[in-house]
Design a protein around this ligand. Structure first.
Ligand code: FDA
Length: 394
């Protein structure tokens, strides 16, 4: 039986948050062990952003995050900003570009980000232990972690095991189980940034057009809870996806309709309303083709044919184009979700350090916490920022 190993800090989960926290704690001279059950570090980073890792968003604001307590993220986000991660990326000579809406991607590959984090860990003398199954966590005078690779002791324990999305990549509910073990409240979880599935009747209407996309504004909710995103919407073989739908999926609640503006900023019927203009299916099709791919224009007209060609029916058609009401049957679930909404209740944590208020020495960072970003680099920024805050305190 090998002797137990002692560290100042043990971090569970070598993803974005765990790696960053290990670096910061190691730089402060703390003896850090980073444990993960996977065979390598940063597996989700590698598949992120289509393999190019959208590692931050230069427009990040606390308003870009969902949480039961929308103010919680403010402190961490102000301590470690997009400029800080950009400085690290530049220090490692990683080339990057802004794709759209402030989203920064690697020019080459997400591997560059993982290599950067691994090099920083090596410099900060972090012990990385992979293929390590965590068997139990105890807290007496210190933390004791029993694993498939022996027993570890530490004064601080950081849980950075992420959310439930993409179980195939090694996601588990481990972090929530640790929280429950220590009696911490968990905000119920659901998949976020996830493709939406239509009911069978709507699938029959639309889903043979899989692969077609349009610029749209997708909206959900009402009053101050209303959210809207203007981006591409994509028809899939089971429903709707693309950035606009992924964004709105985080705000959608089962049974509720979404409103989709399929022609933002345009008056599609304007050419038909002109003096002496032709008003017939061909003219309508031509007008629709200005904004839709041809097959979608035809389908829309088949399904929403104006009863006659009066001003009133054209105005109804215009209104339907700007407020297409559709109620998804559900989502594609954690198998396809980019993130998990919900998680460790932020009221349980100190906003400056991510430390549990009930259990001194126990920290939660990254996606396992009830802070979820929009699509576009916000989730990595939260991972870096929450990890940095904990890294200064462990
Ligand atoms: P993360 O999931 O990265 O890491 C958790 C670690 O814990 C993993 O290494 C896992 O193996 C380990 N672990 C889990 N359970 C364990 C257990 N029981 N025992 C031991 N170890 C365990 N965000 C963004 O900002 N820009 C982007 O481009 C993308 N793109 C993207 C694409 C896809 C396909 C997905 C699924 C997600 C994204 N995201 C994203 C979201 C982003 O990947 C996510 O928010 C962060 O990886 C969260 O970082 P964490 O470190 O908290 O968890």
């Amino acid at each position: 039986m090998p002797a137990a190993q002692n560290f100042d800090v043990i971090i569970l989960g070598a993803g974005a948050a765990g790696l960053m926290c290990a670096i910061e704690a190691g730089k402060r001279g703390r003896r850090v062990a980073l444990l993960d059950h996977a065979e390598r570090t940063g597996k989700k980073i590698l598949i992120s952003g289509g393999g190019r890792c959208n590692f931050t968003n230069i427009h990040v604001r606390p308003e870009n995050f969902l949480s039961e307590n929308p103010h919680f993220a403010r402190s961490a986000l102000s301590r470690f900003t997009p400029d800080d991660i950009i400085a690290l990326v530049e220090k490692h000579h990683i080339r990057y570009h802004e794709k759209t809406l402030g989203q920064l991607f690697c020019d080459r590959s997400a591997h560059d980000i993982v290599t950067m984090l691994e090099r920083e860990c090596a410099e900060a003398q972090v012990r990385i232990i992979l293929n390590c199954r965590i068997l139990s966590v105890r807290n007496d005078a210190r933390f004791t972690i029993e694993t498939s690779q022996g027993t570890f002791h530490s004064a601080s324990l950081v849980v950075a095991t992420g959310g439930l999305s993409i179980p195939k990549m090694g996601a588990t509910g481990f972090g929530y189980a640790v929280a429950e073990q220590f009696d911490l409240r968990i905000v119920p979880c659901r998949p976020g940034l996830v493709p939406l599935v239509l009911n069978p009747a709507d699938q029959a209407r639309w889903c043979d057009l899989t692969g077609l996309s349009v610029e749209a504004v997708a909206s959900a909710g009402a009053g101050k809870h209303r959210a809207s995103f203007r981006e591409k919407m994509l028809i899939t073989h089971r429903g709707l996806s693309g950035p606009a739908m992924l964004q709105i999926s985080s705000f959608w609640h089962p049974g509720k309709p979404l409103s989709i503006d399929l022609a933002p900023g345009s008056t599609v019927t304007a050419p038909l309303l002109e003096h002496n203009a032709r008003r017939d299916p061909n003219a309508a099709l031509q007008a629709l083709r200005a904004i839709f791919p041809a097959r979608l224009a035809e389908r829309w007209l088949d399904l929403n044919h104006p009863a006659n060609w009066t001003n009133t029916s054209l105005s109804t058609m215009e209104q339907q184009l700007h407020d297409w009401q559709i109620t998804p049957a559900g989502t594609e679930g954690y198998a396809k979700a980019e993130v998990t909404i919900g998680g460790i209740d932020t009221n349980e944590l100190d906003a400056k350090t991510m430390q549990s208020r009930k259990v001194p020495g126990l920290f939660f960072i990254g996606e396992v916490v009830d802070v979820t970003g929009w699509l576009g680099g916000y989730n990595f920024q939260w991972a870096w920022a929450s990890a940095f805050s904990a890294g200064q305190a462990v």
